[in-house]
Design a binder for this molecule. Sequence first.
Ligand code: URA
Ligand code: SF4
Length: 248
Amino acid sequence: MQPQWSPLFRTDTQQSAAESGWYPPVEGFLFLASGHRGGMARARATTSAANFLPAEPSLQALREAAAGCQGCDLWKLGTQTVFGEGPESAGVMFVGEQPGDQEDRAGKPFVGPAGRLLDKALAEAGIDRSATYMTNAVKHFKWQERGKRRIHQKPTWAEITACRPWLEAELAAVHPHVLVLLGATAAQSLLGREFRVTQNRRTLVESNLAEAVTATIHPSAILRGEPEQRETEFAAFVDDLRFVASLL
Ligand code: URA
Ligand code: SF4
């Protein structure tokens, strides 16, 4: 059942159900909690992380519960759940897409190549990483084998939706002053599928997710981009993070 402490992100259906005093049966809650809007109700007991949320909303309880999450099929593919990391008192939360190969092995977010680039940009912008909370929209590594390498695959909208309850619970537990969405997956998970990162950089997004909400590119976009563009892209990314620093 949807826990009482996460009322911020109810679907429209849940809102109107609550307002009218009508409460669906348990199957209905599971169905609604999976973020599905409209269509025939089907009980989807294993298609959302909502079914694995602990009774106690502390970060420690969430982390322990998330370790056993089977809210979508990605738990079969990744080595372990890569939960967010950082102090509960963090003033700023960064949200990426999903753990990569190295994060999957280490069990920690942003420790691979994209993480190192993020670290460098944070340092240039004067943001202390140890005082931030780092997490991802999806908490298992999705990959495809290519030769000896595990190649990152984009999570589907259904997977992003299934995993969102963890992100919402982290937001409710940390309650950061500033929320920074890195790339389209994170931004669209919390702001809707129409959201375009490139059109909203270095600006405040209207949202009640945190006092200040902003979005920028994902650091791996810099690594994947044209080598001759890298310096320019990196400098622009640092500028975005300086904007974040100005909000702290
Ligand atoms: N990319 C992400 O989005 N998150 C990580 O933790 C690592 C790479
Ligand atoms: Fe659960 Fe998210 Fe992992 Fe899917 S990706 S199994 S919803 S933690």
